[in-house]
Design a protein around this ligand. Structure first.
Ligand SMILES: [Zn+2]
Ligand SMILES: [Zn+2]
Length: 533
C-alpha cells in the first residue's frame, strides 16, 4: 500500500495483504497499518488499484471502513475480484468501485491520473501515471513484458515511450524478479509443456494453480479441449473466480467442457482434467486435502498426473514439498516447476526492468515491491543505466520520501507496523499476544493452583500443577513433586506479605522458573493461581 501526497490531496495505490510467517501463530492475514492516514481521511481522493492479486487488493475490506470508504478505481477484472471480496464482507453497498480503462484520464484534486496496460500473471493489470504540478510520478504495478500473452493484449509500449518522452520525475518499479537475468519467458512456453504432459497422460490430470491466475486456467482449458478432456473446477475460490471471469468475458470456455466435480467418476479417467487450488500447500485447500486422502470427492488413483503450475511463495516451500511427497506416495506422476516448465513468473527479469527504465528514463528512481535485498539490487541496476546514486532511494515500510523538482530524500518515518487479522479480530492481536503464543508454542504452559489462608498467609491446600506442552505429566511425577515442594518452600518466612498476592505470585513464578530451567533447560509460561480462604 502506497500513499502519494501533493498539497492537500492524497492518492492511495493498492491495499494488499501479506500472509503470516511461521512465527505469527494463529494469525490469518497481515494488513497494512493505516495510522498515518487517521487524521487525513478527508484528503483521500481515491484508491487506485493496479491489479487483482491478493498482495494488492486483499486488505481492501479491512481498510475501507477505517478510512471512511474513499472511492476505489480499478479495471474491469480487478473490479470484479474486489466486488467478490466486498460481497463476502457485506460491504458492497457501502463501497464504490469505479471502472477505469487504460487510456482514461481522471482528475483527483491537483493530480491527473492516467493508466497504461502491462503484462502480468493476471489479465487487466495496469501501471499508474500521476501528473502533478511539479512533475510526473509513475508506478509500474507488477509487470513483465510478454509479446505473446495468453489474452493477446501486450503491454502498452507506445504509451510508456510517450510518457518517457514527456519527462518522468520519479518512477516506482516492481523489483520482485531483479535477481533473474534475461527476459521472463512468455506464458506461451507453458503451452508446449502442457501439450507434452497431456499427450502422455493416460489417466486423469489434476492441475493446481492460484485461483487468480486466470490466464493459466485459460491455458489448461484450451489444452483440455485439444485433447478431448472435460474440466472440473475444485476449490471455492477457484469456482468463484472462474465464474466471475466467464461472466465478464475474461475466460473463454466452450460449451460442455465444464463438468461438475461430483460427476468426475462418470467419465473415463482419460477424459478428465481437474483444476484446483492448493498450489501453495495451504492446509485447507483442495490439493492438500487430496494429497492427504482427505478430500470429499477425489482420491489419487493409479495413472493420475498432477501438475503444480505455480512457484511456492517464499515461506510456503515446506508445505508445498510435503504435498508433492504425499502425491508421489500415493502413486501419482507429479510435475512441478523444478523438473518441468509448468510455470513462468509474472514479474519482469533484469532485461525487462532495463527496458522499463529505458522507456521512462526517470529523473528519480524508487524501487518498490520486493524484499529489501531485491530493492537494493534494483537500485544498483538503475544506477548501471546512468541514474545518479543520489537520485535513487531505497525505502522501507513507513518511510516518508520527499520529492522536489531537483531532489529526492528520506524525510521522515511514519509509525507503521503490521496489523494482524485473527478470526474476527482486526488489530487486537498485537506483539504481546504474539509473544505469548510463541512462548506457548516453544515451551508450553504450567499452572500452579493453591489455596492460601487469609490470616496467616500460609498455603492450606495444593499446590496443584497442571501443564500442557511442557512435559508429559504422567512421566514426570518426580519433577512435578519437586516443583510443588519448591512452591511451598517459597512461603517460608512470608508472613509480613501475607495479603500482597501479586508479590506472592511473582515469587512463585520466579522460584518455579529457575527450578524448571535448571532441571529441563525449558522456559514454560508459568501461571500461578492463588485463592484465599
Ligand atoms: Zn501481482
Ligand atoms: Zn504483487
Amino acid at each position: 500500500m502506497m500513499v502519494v501526497e501533493y498539497g492537500d490531496d492524497i492518492i492511495i495505490i493498492d491495499a494488499g495483504v501479506m500472509f503470516p510467517d511461521d512465527e505469527m501463530f494463529g494469525v490469518d492475514l497481515v494488513i497494512p497499518d493505516t495510522t498515518y492516514l487517521n487524521d487525513k481521511k478527508h484528503r483521500i481522493r481515491a484508491i487506485l488499484i493496479t491489479h487483482g492479486h491478493e498482495d494488492h487488493v486483499g486488505s481492501i475490506p479491512y481498510i475501507l471502513p477505517m478510512l471512511g470508504f474513499p472511492p476505489l478505481y480499478a479495471t474491469r477484472l480487478t473490479q470484479g475480484l474486489i466486488n467478490v471480496k466486498l460481497k463476502e464482507h457485506k460491504l458492497l453497498d457501502k463501497a464504490t468501485v469505479n471502472l477505469i480503462t487504460p487510456g482514461d484520464k481522471l482528475d483527483f484534486g491537483q493530480f491527473k491520473a492516467e493508466f497504461f496496460r502491462v503484462n502480468h500473471s493476471i489479465p487487466d493489470a495496469i501501471g499508474i501515471v500521476l501528473h502533478t504540478p511539479i512533475g510526473v510520478v509513475v508506478h509500474t504495478g507488477d509487470y513483465k513484458f510478454d509479446f505473446t500473452p495468453v489474452d493477446g493484449i501486450p503491454a502498452d509500449l507506445g504509451t510508456l515511450g510517450r510518457i518517457g518522452n514527456e519527462g518522468v520525475l520519479v518512477m516506482m518499479g516492481d523489483s520482485t524478479r531483479v535477481e533473474s537475468p534475461g527476459f521472463t519467458p512468455s506464458e506461451r512456453v507453458i503451452n508446449d509443456s502442457f501439450d507434452k504432459i497431456f499427450a502422455n497422460a493416460s489417466g486423469r490430470i489434476l492441475l493446481a494453480t492460484f485461483a487468480s491466475l486466470l490466464s493459466r486456467v485459460q491455458q489448461v482449458i484450451d489444452t483440455a479441449v485439444r485433447y478431448d478432456r472435460h474440466v472440473a473446477l475444485v476449490g471455492r475460490s477457484m469456482v468463484n473466480n472462474v465464474q466471475m471471469a466467464v461472466e465478464l468475458g475474461y475466460l473463454n470456455i466452450p460449451k460442455n467442457v465444464l463438468i461438475r466435480a461430483e460427476d468426475i467418476n462418470k467419465f473415463p479417467a482419460g477424459q478428465v482434467v481437474v483444476v484446483c487450488t492448493g498450489s501453495q500447500g495451504e492446509p485447507t485447500s483442495a490439493l492438500t486435502r487430496i494429497a492427504n486422502q482427505d478430500h470429499r470427492l477425489i482420491r489419487i488413483q493409479p495413472g493420475d498426473t498432477v501438475i503444480l503450475s505455480a512457484t511456492p511463495v517464499p515461506g510456503n516451500e515446506k508445505m508445498v514439498n510435503r504435498t508433492i511427497n504425499n502425491l508421489f506416495r500415493q502413486g501419482a506422476e507429479v510435475f512441478y516447476q523444478s523438473i518441468s516448465n509448468v510455470h513462468v513468473s509474472g514479474h519482469a527479469a533484469q532485461e525487462e526492468l532495463k527496458l522499463m527504465l529505458s522507456l521512462l528514463r526517470p529523473k528519480f528512481f524508487m524501487p518498490v515491491h520486493g524484499e529489501y535485498r531485491q530493492l537494493v539490487l534494483h537500485a544498483k541496476l538503475g544506477h548501471s543505466l546512468g541514474i545518479a546514486a543520489d537520485h535513487i532511494v531505497v525505502a522501507e515500510d513507513g518511510d516518508i520520501i520527499q520529492v522536489s523538482p531537483d531532489a529526492i530524500k528520506l524525510l521522515d518515518h511514519a509509525a507503521c507496523g503490521n496489523v494482524f487479522v485473527d478470526g474476527l479480530g482486526v488489530g487486537d492481536v498485537g506483539q504481546i499476544v504474539l509473544r505469548d503464543r510463541q512462548v506457548l508454542a516453544q515451551d508450553g504452559i504450567l499452572m500452579a493452583v493453591l489455596t492460601v489462608d487469609k490470616e496467616t498467609g500460609q498455603p492450606v491446600a495444593g499446590p496443584d500443577i497442571i501443564s500442557r506442552g511442557f512435559v508429559y505429566m504422567r512421566d514426570s511425577e518426580e519433577l512435578l513433586e519437586a516443583a510443588r515442594e519448591h512452591i511451598l518452600a517459597s512461603f517460608v518466612g512470608l508472613n509480613g506479605h501475607a495479603s500482597d498476592w501479586s508479590f506472592v505470585k511473582d515469587k512463585i513464578k520466579h522460584t518455579l522458573s529457575e527450578f524448571l530451567y535448571e532441571k529441563t533447560h525449558r522456559r514454560p509460561m508459568i501461571l500461578p493461581v492463588v485463592m484465599e480462604v
